[in-house]
Design a protein around this ligand. Sequence first.
Ligand SMILES: C[S@@+](CC[C@H](N)C(=O)[O-])C[C@H]1O[C@@H](n2cnc3c(N)ncnc32)[C@H](O)[C@@H]1O
Length: 353
Amino acid sequence: MTLSIENRAALDFVLMLRRRWADTLYPRLCAQYEARFGDAMSGSPQLLATRVHDLAGYAGFAWLERGSQKMLWRAAKDAIESRNDGAGAVIRASTVEASTLELDPELDLPDWYTDWDIHLQPGGVWSSTVAADVYELGAKLVMQGDNDDYRFHRLFLETAIPPRQYRRIVDLGCGFGKSTWLLKKAYPRAEVVGVDFSEPCLRLAVRRANAQGLAIRFRQADAADTRLEAGTASLLTATMLVHELPLEVLSKLFEETARLLEPGGLLRILDFQFTGEPLRDLAMREHGLRNNEPFMPPMMAADTVGMARAVGLRNVRWTAFDERTAGRMPALHWPRRTEWHFPWAVLEAEKPV
Ligand SMILES: C[S@@+](CC[C@H](N)C(=O)[O-])C[C@H]1O[C@@H](n2cnc3c(N)ncnc32)[C@H](O)[C@@H]1O
């Protein structure tokens, strides 16, 4: 996408701020904590929070997390609204009408989904066509080069999904399709279905899939109630979905995965888990609140392994995911890093044969 100098400068500035937040402000906060309290991180989460909130670097750290995210969406929206790259024409010229869109006119989006501007994006990802375009641009930029050409999702595909002859793959909470297109590219003979609540995102997903010549079924439905045929999915994926679900919907989602999977079918969820580093985990809990992701901390604290087992799934476990190069790690243990990073993790499970 061609950006004006002004739009480019605004986006570059926000990204620079976010980088400094992660690689300078977060380590500084950790150093201040250590200088003041030594390694006394053994108290309750409340005690830890009180101590951290009292540190000199905390106010700037906390504000910049929320403030820079708001700036990012504003800059992304400005860029989308003033774009002039003829993208529509290019896409139309190369389009193959291969993907399909199944909309549900009866679908009532639940309040828990519409009440929050998720990730602080004004209007969420569901309220308009522009919202989907802004989300697409923001989602690419926010990974700060780590997701150029969707490398992040490719790492997930290559390291967390065993290569097999999948017959049907369902990508739950597919958004505008960046997690779904790669599945179809890797498994062209599989029927690939992307499910999401957001009509604008699904429309964008179809356009982008068609432009790449990919035949994918995009379906508007609740990921926890897809109304797809039972026992037909050989692979179910859900990337960055489960932290957006209230706990009662999360348990319904696990029931739905057990219903959808065929015997021997695999479930792979890419999301977050606590690291066991108290300060990092506190920052992550507070990130959920500061970034309008209220269901994230409860999801991370929940016994998701127990939920998956309770619906009959087996070999359930979380492993860490290193988004830089390694992807799925052998255990729930991240390489040591001083900068802020998301504690990405993969939940794997299977339906018994
Ligand atoms: C953070 S995005 C992730 C999109 C995509 N999987 C990816 O990795 O880029 C989460 C998506 O889940 C969708 N979503 C949230 N709750 C949902 C639900 N219960 N049913 C269907 N979609 C849902 C949102 O509309 C959004 O598109």
